[in-house]
Design a protein. Sequence first.
Length: 134
Amino acid sequence: NKLKSLEKERENLIKEEERAAKKISENQRSIQRSNDAIATANGDIQNTSYKISEQKYMVEKTVSDKNANKGAKQTLKSLENEKKRLQSKNETEAKSIDKMNKEIRQAERTIAQSKEQQAGKTAEIETQKKKVKE
């Protein structure tokens, strides 16, 4: 009957709201993990920057010894590549955070819309209950 149908529709809206709330929680936890990864990588970037500075000094110091200088330059290049890799990883994490924030905003809109629809369904249910009593 119509009353059961309305109650089922309201129940589905509640479930939709619950799914959206769960998605928000999952994304918030993922954002926290990404922020932790960025913080760790920032420390690694800083360490690598210090190593690069030291290695540049080594390149200057070994200029008279061709073999040592070649090795020092290779080490410097390797360190610079590592720094780029870490920076790229941070950029990827930041983009991931942006995506998750977008999904959170969407889920929040879904929840707001669902609450409005639930209120409407509840009003319809009350109206239908009154009709059934008559």
